[in-house]
Design a protein around this ligand. Structure first.
Ligand code: UD1
Length: 367
């Protein structure tokens, strides 16, 4: 059996790492050798958005690197499709595994389905019901054409059924990103990032904001600076900044308005970032994955979006969906810093074994 897993952008690497490990473990147990190859589309290409994750997650160098880089959605998607088709023609895998909802996920799935190659989608069924998000389109398309849909939370099962996906394609397996978090946390606990950042306190607020709907707007960015400066009066603020956000802050000359208790850093690797996530007093984010990581860790999280495709993090986790009005975000943040905490619990099957379940299902079904 030959399987190719696709990675493209930063949030993909920690999802494929446990799957790669699970195939390795299974291969040791059985005589039948399963060939698990990794294809990196090159959607993210800066060392601190890509290479550092391969090193830290102990992933082998990708077997295929498509080098597509940035571009408009059509450009990026088209380039991935053209290059990935060549890989499939040469390799003829039995199955591809795609994770999450980035452009690489949908692009590779479309190529595979037209060549009659089976597709497994890990993190299927999540829906924000906001079709202005490129990720929502990627999720919808991928789920319609995938053969195996691996779901992280129960809302995903309901969403897929509503879209007419038959029950026998849907598997509730848990969360591979949490597999990585559990596996790497002992290593992360040794991180020296706090002393390296010289923030002068072990209580800090962690910020990540990168969604185009937020950071492409100069109005939002100006409000964001005022929000960050207000929080920084209470606690040091650590803000590892995505290239998109960084470029826009410079473009609109807004970065200079930040006060010195706001610590802007380049994007941070997986291990140091896990440490920051676990030890933050509060996280303010518009990321998808961080809503889940903070829920698992029981860390207070404020999500700066109008909707979430990960409702379990709000229903039972420590996540609060506040919206993009930064005045409301500021009030919610101040409540947390004054001790008004949201209690949370860990969602079902987020136990570090999702990848094992996935690999076992895929290999059984193939027999
Ligand atoms: C992509 C995903 C998003 C995910 C995010 C995580 C899509 C549609 N979006 O968004 O779901 O949350 O990754 O980061 O797939 N850039 C660099 N260096 C890099 C990569 C990007 O400088 O290594 C800059 C480029 O200017 C590029 C911009 O960031 O144009 C955006 O990159 P892109 O891959 O298009 O989307 P993200 O915003 O990163």
């Amino acid at each position: 059996m030959k399987v190719i897993s696709i990675v493209g952008a930063r949030p993909n690497f920690m999802k494929v790492a446990p799957i790669h490990k699970a195939f390795g473990k299974l291969n040791k147990k059985i005589n039948k050798k399963i060939e698990h190859l990794i294809c990196h589309t090159g959607q993210h290409y800066d060392a601190n958005m890509s290479k550092i994750f391969f090193e830290e997650l102990e992933l082998p160098k990708p077997d295929f690197y498509l080098g597509v880089g940035s571009g408009s959605h059509a450009e990026q998607t088209a380039k991935i499709m053209i290059e990935f088709e060549k890989v499939l023609i040469d390799e003829k895998p039995d199955l591809i595994i795609v994770v999450g909802d980035v452009n690489s996920t949908a692009a590779c799935s479309i190529v595979a389905v037209k060549m009659g190659i089976k597709i497994a989608h890990v993190e299927a069924g999540l829906r924000s019901y906001d079709r202005t998000m490129p990720e929502e389109i990627n999720r919808l398309l991928t789920d319609q054409i995938a053969d195996y849909l691996f779901v992280t939370e129960k809302s995903g099962i309901e969403n897929l059924k509503r879209e007419g996906i038959p029950d026998n394609k849907i598997f509730f397996v848990g969360n591979v990103m949490i597999d990585s978090l559990i596996y790497y946390m002992p290593k992360a606990e040794k991180s020296k990032i706090i002393s390296e950042l010289k923030i002068g306190s072990t209580n800090f607020v962690l910020i990540t904001l990168h969604r185009p709907a937020n950071v492409d707007s100069p109005y939002f960015l100006k409000e964001m600076v005022s929000f960050l400066n207000t929080v920084a009066e209470k606690r040091p603020v650590v803000f590892p900044i995505h290239p998109r956000t960084s470029k826009n802050l410079k473009k609109y000359k807004i970065d200079r308005l930040l006060t010195k208790n706001v610590h802007l850093t380049d994007p941070i690797g997986y291990i140091d970032f896990l440490y920051l996530t676990k030890h933050a007093e509060l996280i303010v984010t518009d990321s998808g994955g961080i809503q889940e990581e903070s829920t698992y860790l029981g860390v207070q999280c404020i999500t700066v979006r109008e909707n979430t495709e990960r409702p379990v993090t709000v229903e039972i986790g420590t996540n609060q969906l506040i919206g993009t009005d930064l005045e409301k975000v500021k009030n919610a943040a101040m409540d947390v810093l004054e001790g008004k905490l949201k209690q949370g619990s860990v969602p079902e099957l987020w136990d570090g074994r999702a990848a094992e379940r996935i690999v076992s299902i895929l290999t059984d079904l193939d027999n």
